[in-house]
Design a protein around this ligand. Sequence first.
Ligand code: PGA
Length: 249
Amino acid sequence: MVRKLAAGNWKMNGTGASLAEAEALRAALPAPTVDVLICPPATLLSRLSDTLSGSAIATGGQDCHAAETGAHTGDISAAMLADAGASHVILGHSERRTDHGETDAEVRAKAKAAIAAGLTAVICVGETLAGREAANTLSIIGGQLAGSVPDLVSADRLVIAYEPVWAIGTGKVPTLHQIGEVHDFIRAELEKRFGVGVGRAVPILYGGSVKGANAAEIFAVSNVNGALVGGASLRAVDFLPIVEALQAS
Ligand code: PGA
């Protein structure tokens, strides 16, 4: 059985005051029936992990370096994330690929480092609007999966997030048919590469303008096992209905 995951990506949002949102989430979700994850900015990770310790809500980073230690000013290693209480790390988000020119090979190296440090890698893939309009979506996703996902993963160390670049933060969402087509394709690629046992157990999240109002219909699509949520994860009152929709799915 594939586990369901509701993941919040706070991006470059949040200061100490935001911990109150996590407190509210914790109070509202004493025993969630799906996995719940919050990925705050690195400055908040340790405090958020403390705030949520003993709860069922996990914390994660938004990026890590591929090296274990060394002269990399401003960077953070996977072991440092784990030391700050993280169980997951988002890798290859389209904003990292765009703002920092991250390549598939770099994402793969980071994912290897994350898994070696005991973290679960949440690897993001997604086409641009130009890619979709040129009818290249599946070949783009296939290339990103082949290039970004390391070999020899176990199912509990990998999550794939399908995030169409044009749907992130825009309020635009693909049709349910389009989401299903890509998720079915990702599932088939994972099964081909890692075998049916592992391939079927890796959660595949949809991300891009998910909110309470559209969550239930997205979670009903085949091979959608949860969501990676940006804007609507910042406030407990917005994120909770998404978690609840996943629990009900
Ligand atoms: P959004 O972001 O929910 O604000 O569209 C999703 C993401 O980038 O993970």
